[in-house]
Design a protein around this ligand. Structure first.
Ligand code: BGC
Length: 434
């Protein structure tokens, strides 16, 4: 696990350099005047802050190379008020993998549905170029012993179909349980991308399980998905009726509720902490406050996060929430994924934290996790933090569908960005540089 490394000196320096940043509370109303200047060197209407110097947070999709996973440090350190907020993908992936392998071992007497000694699973991959998706695929393959090494890490490529175990991107694993050895095989895996290009596509996953089950349904003992949107689509289309345990990720409300009906489990990526951090880092930067205020250090209202729910990696300028497995044992504690996290639920005083305008986009308005869990949480926190947020929903396919709606950045005090593709940070920063 990464070490929490908040540098107080750094925070203090930031605090000083941020003082006076942001525009006054009446920015929203006077923002309209700024239209013409925004195409040149945009200034906030009632402040002297250039767009390129305003607070910026990337969230959910970490600026990085979608082929190699290498972080895009140019985007992550765009200015001294730039951060990323996400969750610890490797810790979560490991949890997901061990949740699935633990379930198999605990239920070994009934899991092999056709009794052929092979535990077959299918895997829905969200986006082959998204680091969270890559980590989850690796975590599952590692825990089930089906991963093969490529370039020093577990290969995360989809296999298509592999009912005979001949695919080269995976290998057959082995599990010993109940005094018997079983082969574990990834029967099929595929990126769930629709014809228009949207990834993590739930409908595509529903169709895929239809195709897979009609040709080798009896061999499928476990269904695994990189997220709950796709997982629930497969559960509803096939595995619920066929009593095949299905595992996802995100702890969306519908998935947690489905655990009572046989959904195997999911992982909470602590979206309640992430949504808070997304807006909180902007709030602190706008206030010229220490960046750790209300995060590692209690703020004037009493908000503070404990070390067991997040880590900060200063070098990567990234906050990562920690994950928790949600299974039949504890799901009752996770039934409302849109509830604010109690330790950071106190209203800020509007005198010392005056209203500010934030532009925020969601890469795909139909992404189950972002629309049913993350955005409702953001909407709960924006009031508590006195932020007036404009929410822009993208189509999940093209960056321009979103950047076209950032025509007047001068109207806003801060920006929160969820890219369609992790490589595309420059499409946004180019608009802020103008
Ligand atoms: C979530 C997925 C979501 C994706 C979008 C991931 O962190 O787990 O459900 O589709 O982010 O970027």
């Amino acid at each position: 696990m990464k070490k929490k490394i908040i540098s107080m000196t750094m925070a203090a320096v930031l605090g000083l350099s941020l003082a006076g940043c942001g525009s006054g509370p009446d920015n929203a109303s006077s923002g309209g005047k700024d239209t013409s200047s925004s195409s040149s060197n945009s200034k906030g209407s009632s402040s002297e802050v250039a767009n390129k110097d305003k607070p910026l947070v990337w969230f959910n999709r970490q600026p990085s190379n979608s082929s190699t996973g290498e972080l895009d440090m140019t985007a992550l350190s765009y200015n001294d008020k730039t951060y990323y907020v996400g969750f610890d993908a490797n810790q979560g992936a490991e949890l997901q993998g061990t949740m699935v392998s633990g379930y198999i071992k605990d239920n070994i007497d009934k899991i092999d549905r056709n009794g052929d000694g092979v535990i077959g699973y299918v895997l829905a991959i969200g986006d082959i170029g998204h680091n969270d998706s890559i980590a989850r695929t690796r975590g599952v393959r590692k825990a089930l012993g089906t991963g093969v090494e490529k370039d020093g890490d577990i290969n995360s490529e989809p296999v298509g179909t592999n009912t005979d175990g001949s695919a080269s991107a995976v290998k057959d694993g082995e599990i010993e349980a109940g005094g018997k050895k079983y082969v574990v095989r990834e029967l099929a895996s595929q990126e769930m991308k629709n014809s228009a290009g949207a990834t993590w596509d739930a409908a595509t996953a529903g169709n895929a399980i239809g195709t897979w089950s009609s040709s080798f349904g009896d061999s499928i003992d476990v269904v695994v998905s990189n997220n709950d949107g796709m997982g629930m689509s497969m559960f509803n289309a096939w595995s619920k009726d066929n009593k095949v345990p299905t595992f996802g990720y995100d702890a969306n409300n519908d998935a947690v509720a489905a655990i009572a009906d046989g959904y195997g489990g999911t992982i909470s990526q602590h979206a309640d902490v992430q949504a808070y951090l997304t807006l909180r880092v902007l709030r602190n930067a706008l206030d010229g406050a220490e960046i750790d205020s209300g995060i590692g250090k209690e703020d004037d209202a009493g908000n503070v996060l404990s070390d067991d729910v997040y880590v900060y990696n200063e070098e990567q300028r990234s906050y990562y929430a920690l994950n928790v497995a949600v299974t039949a044992e504890n799901y009752q504690d996770f039934t409302d994924s849109t509830k604010v996290f109690e330790p950071v639920s106190k209203q800020l005083d509007s005198g010392s934290h005056p209203s500010k305008k934030v532009w925020l986009n969601i890469y795909n308005a139909s992404d189950n996790f972002l629309s049913s869990t993350y955005q409702p949480l953001l909407q709960n926190y924006d009031d508590l933090l006195n932020l007036e947020v404009d929410y822009i929903g993208g189509d999940g396919q093209t960056e321009s569908n979103i950047t076209n709606r950032l025509g007047n950045p001068g109207q806003y005090d801060a920006f929160a960005i969820n890219m369609v593709k992790t490589d595309n940070a420059a499409s946004y920063t180019a608009l802020l540089n103008q």
